[in-house]
Design a protein around this ligand. Structure first.
Ligand SMILES: [Zn+2]
Length: 472
């Protein structure tokens, strides 16, 4: 689609982030380490909602939610509380979900934030704390499966739900925003987004005066962009959606399908959870977290562009992933050559990893090794393009940079032998020397002669430097 095909498009997102740094569930002591465990083994009376069982809020969940709220520039509520959202669906063993609400006296933990992206800022309506439901599993696709399996190990896992205003203007903007949120929660260390299902998004989209359509259960950011592109084309084709509805993204068939025509909020019969008292959160308590926040991606971006003098384009690529930005800074501690190192990481290395579907965290090159390659360039032992060739060869062959660099240097004529070779070339070409004194271009003839004599094994920049000294 062309960019003006997105005129009048308004997209809002609801992002569920599991608080993966927590050891136990949100309101009980069951382990939150549910991935790969036998189904229905991490359960207790609280997370299955047996009569008389009382939930107690996990303090760490509150701390994590406050930190995320502050990082997204939200106002933290001093009187936040929990509500019950009642619904009858097999993913909830107790027929309600403990969550937060923004009406009827309800107050989410964080409100009114804003997040900058390079495609425009997005307002955060609120961040609410809630528990994850259980997991339904289908044989094949949700639309064709004849039966449903239920695993409640996930029921009661701590989540924050980040709700945005409909400020997002295109599917690409949505993806960019999700990347920004991911980078922020990774930096805070409360959500490991690499864990399967730890970050999930629902999107709502409307075009001009059409009704709002919600797309549920989108599993990855790439799928968000795809699902939105599909849904916008679908809505444009049918002249804007005529009914408010919830659609499911079928990522196998790559289409959205009607899940249900949207229930009214009244259908959920929200009411304050009588088992959980309101939280009184003092400004002093909030301030403690404000003081201890780590350097967030937008601040890091400014430092990379202002202090380290990277181009904004390169800096943005680096800060988008905390692991990448950390790696870059680690290389600088060994060899301070930010321009060279940032370029290699942001273009050569990340390009290679993308093409081969490898995560940056699995990069087989240690920061120290990459720094040593940069140092060889700074010391004029090899030139930039030789270094890049070594880097790419190391990535594709698995041979270490150290070994490749050594064989490259062993093959070069030593710097000590170069002056003698240059003297011979100059005395054999007296006219070229005279030409070079008047015409800076003529120096290339002399360099070419040296490369010919050494069969290309001389260091190009060193040869140039030595001849230039001779000319003076
Ligand atoms: Zn439990």
């Amino acid at each position: 689609m062309l960019s003006n095909d997105f005129d009048g498009v308004k997209i809002g997102l609801e992002i569920h982030c599991q608080l993966t740094a927590l050891n136990t569930k949100m309101f009980c002591n069951c382990s939150s380490d549910y991935r790969g465990k036998p189904p229905n083994t991490l359960l207790c009376t609280v997370c299955t909602g047996l009569p008389g069982a009382l939930p107690v809020l996990n303090k760490r969940a509150l701390e994590a939610a406050i930190k995320i709220g502050l990082a997204l520039n939200c106002k933290i509520s001093n009187n936040s509380n929990f509500f019950r959202k009642n619904y009858f669906y097999p993913d909830s063993p107790k027929n309600y979900q403990i969550t937060q609400y923004d009406k009827a006296g309800g107050e989410a933990i964080a409100n009114n934030g804003t997040v900058e992206t390079n495609l425009g800022s997005v307002r955060i309506t609120r961040i609410q704390m809630e528990e994850d439901p259980g997991k339904l599993q289908y044989e094949g696709s949700i639309t064709t499966s004849s039966n449903t399996l239920i695993d409640y190990n996930r029921a009661g896992i701590s989540l924050v739900e980040i709700v945005t205003e409909p400020d997002i203007v295109s599917p690409k903007h949505a993806r960019e925003f999700l990347n920004t949120i991911q980078s922020i929660v990774e930096t805070i260390g409360e959500c490991d987004s690499k864990l399967d299902g730890s970050m999930r998004a629902d999107a709502n989209v409307s075009i001009s005066d059409g009704r709002r359509v919600e797309i549920k259960n989108i599993s990855s950011f790439k799928e968000v962009e795809r699902a939105l592109n599909f849904e916008i084309t679908r809505q444009k084709t049918i002249q804007a959606a005529s009914k408010m509805e919830t659609r499911h993204w079928d990522d196998v068939r790559r289409v959205t399908v009607t899940l249900r025509v949207k229930e009214d909020e009244e259908g959920y019969r929200y009411f304050p959870d009588p088992d959980l008292p309101p939280m009184n959160i003092s400004e002093n308590y909030i301030d403690e977290f404000r003081q201890s926040l780590p350097e967030l991606p937008d601040k890091r971006l400014k430092r990379f562009t202002k202090e380290i003098k990277l181009s904004e384009e390169i800096a943005r690529i680096l800060i988008r992933n905390k692991i990448v930005a950390d790696y870059f800074e680690e290389t600088l501690t060994h060899e301070y050559n930010p321009k060279l190192l940032s370029g290699w990481i942001a273009t050569d290395i990340m390009g290679y990893l993308n093409r081969n579907n490898v995560e940056f965290s699995d990069l087989p090159i240690e920061s120290k090794a990459l720094a040593s390659l940069a140092k060889s360039v700074s010391d004029s032992k090899i030139n930039d393009s030789t270094a890049k060739a070594i880097l790419l060869k190391s990535l594709s062959s698995g041979t270490t940079i150290g070994d490749l660099l050594k064989s490259e240097l062993d093959n070069l004529v030593s710097f000590d032998d170069l002056p003698k070779i240059i003297d011979t070339v100059i005395s054999d070409n007296p006219k070229a020397l005279e030409d070079a004194k008047n015409d800076s271009q003529a120096i290339h003839f002399l360099i070419g002669q040296v490369m010919k004599v050494t069969k290309g094994r001389a260091n190009h920049s060193k040869v140039k430097e030595l001849i230039e000294t001779k000319l003076k």
